[in-house]
Design a protein around this ligand. Structure first.
Ligand code: PEP
Ligand code: MG
Length: 978
């Protein structure tokens, strides 16, 4: 691979890597909060689309001013602002409402809203996210003033339920659950059955007449508390149960008898004593306070931090804590627990969707320990509860005007709702649901367009399995998250992380758990042998847009041996499999894939985006193939054709090298003459593919050494030459010459030497040849009555005289060619890239010569920041992680610095030439945040790689909607055509 090609490839690889790194690094504020004395100075809040992603808009606001009116006396080492920190819900009324996600978290806000709507919700209260902030500021302790109120609020629950917390005869048991503004499924902690001790255990047994049930809850509570609050490994408790089942020769936990459970409880308590050095706390108030604090701490557990990094959730938001009356899905066969969605979150189909387990507690469903039943079976098993569930959830969807993801418990045939929130969905589902909801008149087109995060469209543009491909599936599981992926299998998250960068890796697990989050992120696909469509693996994979096959029970996973088995077939670590997440098939080896169909709801959705946006979207394309692909994706022209890419083809590179090695203008001209027909042919094909749309062609830009081989390669060849060979002298001279030229052309970082317009100025014959190729191609097509619109772009100018020089060359050759072809009028433009800060600063002068500007923000960032594009990777990730920079400026435009130059450049340019066409063609042209900025600045177009064109179209539409707010929008036809 040639150097430039390698550089470009590595640059684009680095870019996609950077994207990931940057996403991961963006929430490095987590680190601040991770430190025990968290200094949560600001609460930059990100707005979030319903698909669950933050859209990055942030407003800075002092957390402590939110509820404060005046400060009360210092009691806890910090000043506690006076305010409301507890919000009650119960008895048909709630203090809060669905809008209060900042303060109550998604769960708390949902519970309040449901209570107010008369939906059966067990009573309870929410401790606000502000308390989480204060907890961290106060050295990991809830300030006394706030802590003291706890009893009052539990008292209200006692009044509503007629039960008493800690009462040995009629105990109130509660759940303690996390709930942040943005849902982070399974990432933080929960404690259930809290309030049980040796006394209340008897009370519960007496009250329910079911000793086994009471014991079952107690053992669950001890292990959950032991794990979440005291940090004891879950497995230690699990081992006791597994051993007991083995001794008793039973398979299910539910087959264990009361004396078995009593023994398990005894052993659990011994574990707690041994591991924590303390007895298991008997006082329910201690249990409650400790659990509350553990939930606050779980905001900063490693998996929550990873998740926030992945989804760009600010780390200073904190979690609320919900304390709620327990209802029991494990009270026998008339009880159940489940989770569901009002529409299918994988496909978007309007169908009731979910799973439940009879005689189980909530965590059993999501943990994937038992494979649950599809929700539709509940219709036969508990028809009354099913009917009510359907009614309530339909009401919730209409109320929130979005798909709801809900949790419910049926206790002895009575239904309770425990949670409702906007359901996470695949992008395919997000688009379908958005389009369907517009048709159902639930939402407007604008709302629909804001419901899909532009970057997520990427998931729809990638291949699925070729229906013509012949393959045999070795097993079939559940189609948990669509798409196809081939990769090498690995059996732990760590191995996937280790290999996932180099190879496509597939994570294979019995079931995933939140600790696998990094491995899931690094994998191209996920396969589990257990768990349903709402198991952890399925939910997280869908959120990430990864293909996933879950509950594939035919495979036996052996993590220790690093293999899985299907019948007699053994698949070992490193072997390749293919997953079809749309059908649930697992296939041995790699299978052919095809591009997706971009019709139906997707096409409809994109049409709405096009109607609304005012910013045009072009593509960066160097080949006719790229150009065609980009048109399929909706590109409206080419914003950058990097001509050097045409020089790398096998049959051209020797000619390019001949040109570089030439010592005289004549020698260079001879090589250029040979290149001309190649370039002309390429341009003709590209113009034809673009059918009259504007095509911006950049003259040669990279330093010439990129076209030569590496020095070491030539040195090795010289060493190998045999002095006895006839051609020895000739070969030696030729290779030495190459060596000498490499030495002469060598550049030091950053790459600011003899490149860009400087090449065309010192070797005008290169610009002449390229102009000739462009204009001849355009003339020939015009003669054939085909429409063409070339825009010749001069790269890397810093001074107007550079442009003047090159423009003179271009115009001279162009006129000569046009005369030669006797074409009456050929429309074409001559413009420049703005990549050097000086060009932006002197834009008014430059615009006297340029008919258009295209901001090359890759170079502009490099030169404004003083970072080399090629080795900034040595320190940029650190900078982002440690918040020296808010984000990677090569991924998302540095609005305050580089952005200022863009703004000045555009304004300066337009002051001299009001009709100056202005666009952007750096990588930022495909980044939604940068696109919002380009819209706001008033550029005419963005240009990005073909696969990012739909993303840019949607981001451009969102920019218009966000800017217009409630204002009536301009008619599409009123758009400027540039
Ligand atoms: C740029 O600098 O932004 C640009 C598009 O040019 P290149 O990446 O080829 O240097
Ligand atoms: Mg550039």
């Amino acid at each position: 691979m040639t150097a430039r090609k390698a550089a470009t490839t590595s640059r684009s690889k680095a870019k996609s890597k950077k994207k990931t790194t940057s996403r991961v690094n963006k929430s490095s504020r987590a680190r601040v909060a991770t430190k025990k004395t968290a200094t949560r100075k600001s609460s930059a809040r990100a707005t979030k689309s319903s698909s669950g992603k933050t859209t990055g808009k942030s407003t800075t606001k002092k957390t402590t001013t939110r509820a404060s009116t005046k400060s009360v006396k210092k009691k806890s080492g910090i000043t506690v602002p006076k305010g409301k920190y507890y919000y009650y819900f119960g008895g048909g009324k709630a203090d809060g409402n669905g809008q209060m996600k900042d303060l109550l978290g998604g769960k708390g806000a949902g519970l309040a809203e449901m209570t107010n709507a008369g939906i059966p919700v067990p009573p309870g209260f929410t401790i606000t996210t502000e308390v989480c902030t204060l907890y961290y500021e106060n050295n990991l302790a809830v300030p006394d003033e706030i802590d003291r109120e706890l009893e009052k609020w539990v008292g209200m629950m006692e009044k509503d339920t007629g039960q008493k917390f800690g009462d040995p005869h009629n105990p109130l048991l509660v759940s303690v659950r996390s709930g942040a503004k943005f849902s982070m499924p399974g990432m933080m902690d929960t404690v259930l059955n809290l309030g049980l001790n040796e006394q209340t255990l008897h009370g519960l047994a007496e009250k329910t007449g079911n000793e086994r049930f009471a014991l079952d809850n107690y053992r669950r509570f001890i292990s959950m508390f032991g794990n979440v609050v005291l940090g004891i490994d879950k497995e230690v408790f699990e081992e006791v149960i597994t051993k007991k089942k083995k001794d008793r020769r039973v398979k299910q936990d539910s087959s264990l008898q009361t004396n078995d459970l009593q023994d398990i409880i005894k052993k659990f308590k011994q574990i707690v004593k041994r591991k924590s050095g303390e007895d298991f706390p008997e006082d329910p108030w201690d249990q409650l306070r400790m659990s509350r604090d553990a939930v606050f701490r779980s905001w900063n557990n490693p998996r929550a931090i990873s998740y926030r990094r992945m989804y760009e959730i600010p780390s200073n938001l904190g979690t609320a804590v919900n304390i709620q009356t327990m209802v029991f899905g494990n009270m026998g066969n008339s009880s159940a627990t489940g989770v569901g969605f009002t529409r299918n979150p994988a496909t978007g189909a309007k169908e009731f969707y979910g799973e439940y387990l009879v005689n189980a507690q909530g965590e059993d469903v999501v943990a994937g320990i038992r494979t649950p039943q599809p929700i539709i079976r509940l219709k036969d098993e508990m028809p009354e509860a099913f009917k009510q569930l359907k009614e309530i959830t339909t009401k919730l969807e209409n109320h929130y005007r979005d798909v709801q993801d809900f949790e419910f418990t049926i206790q002895e045939s009575k239904l309770y709702m425990l949670q409702t929130r906007a359901g996470k969905r695949t992008t395919q589902a997000a688009v379908k649901i958005a389009v369907d909801m517009v048709k159902e008149k639930l939402i407007t087109k604008e709302e629909a367009l804001l419901r899909v995060y532009p970057n997520d469209l990427d998931q729809l543009l990638h291949p699925g399995i070729d229906p013509k491909a012949k393959y045999e599936a070795i097993a079939k599981g559940l189609p948990a998250s669509p798409g196809a992926a081939s990769g090498k299998v690995y059996f732990t998250a760590e191995e996937v992380v280790k290999h996932g960068g180099k190879d496509a890796a597939i994570l294979v697990r019995e079931e995933t758990n939140p600790d696998d989050i990094d491995g899931m992120h690094a994998a191209v696909g996920i396969l589990t042998s257990r768990g349903g469509m709402t198991s952890h693996a399925a939910v997280v994979a869908r959120g990430m847009g990864k293909c996933c096959v879950s509950g594939c029970e035919a495979i036996r996973v052996n993590t220790a041996k690093k293999q899985f088995q299907v019948g007699k077939l053994i698949v070992k670590e490193g072997e390749v499999i293919t997953l079809n997440g749309s059908t649930g098939e697992v296939i041995l080896g790699k299978v052919d894939t095809i591009d997706p169909e971009l019709s139906g709801e997707f096409a409809q959705f994109m049409t709405w985006a096009d109607e609304i946006r005012t910013l045009r979207v072009r593509t960066n394309a160097d080949t006719p193939g790229d150009a065609r692909k980009a048109i399929e994706f909706g590109a409206e022209g080419i914003g950058l054709c990097r001509t050097e890419h045409m020089f790398f083809a096998e049959d051209r590179i020797p000619i390019v090298q001949e040109m570089i090695l030439a010592d005289t203008t004549e020698g260079r001209q001879a090589a250029l003459d040979k290149l001309l027909p190649f370039q002309k042919k390429d341009f003709k094909e590209i113009f034809t593919a673009m059918a009259g749309m504007p095509v911006t062609i950049r003259t040669l830009d990279p330093p010439l050494h990129e076209f030569l081989p590496h020095r070491e390669e030539i040195e090795a060849k010289i060493k190998k030459l045999d002095s006895k060979d006839d051609d020895y002298e000739e070969d030696l001279a030729r290779l030495n010459k190459v060596l000498q030229r490499i030495e002469e052309l060598k550049e030091l970082n950053p790459m600011l030497g003899h490149r860009g317009c400087r090449l065309g100025i010192l070797y005008p014959e290169i610009t002449e040849m390229q102009t000739r190729a462009i204009i001849e191609a355009a003339c020939e097509l015009t003669r054939d009555k085909k429409k063409v619109l070339p825009e010749i772009m001069i790269p890397l100018i810093g001074h107007v005289n550079e442009l003047k020089h090159q423009k003179e060359v271009v115009m001279r050759v162009a006129n000569e060619v046009i005369n030669k072809y006797k074409i009456k009028k050929l429309d074409f433009l001559v413009g420049t890239m703005i990549e050097i800060p000086r060009a932006a600063l002197t834009a008014a002068e430059v615009a006297e010569e340029a008919q258009f500007f295209s901001f090359g923000t890759n170079d502009l960032t490099q030169m404004t920041m003083g970072f080399s594009r090629d080795d900034a990777g040595k320190f940029l990730p650190f900078y982002v992680e440690h918040e020296i920079l808010p984000k990677d400026p090569f991924v998302s435009i540095d609005v305050t610095g580089v952005g200022q130059l863009v703004r000045m450049g555009k304004e300066g340019g337009r002051s001299a030439r009001p009709d100056l066409k202005v666009g952007i063609c750096g990588e930022h042209g495909g980044d939604p945040q940068s696109i919002y900025f380009c819209h706001e600045v008033g550029l005419d177009y963005v240009s990005c790689s073909p696969f990012r064109v739909p993303i840019a179209r949607l981001a451009a539409a969102q920019a218009t909607i966000k800017q217009q707010g409630a204002a009536p929008r301009k008619k599409a036809s009123a758009r400027k055509k540039k």
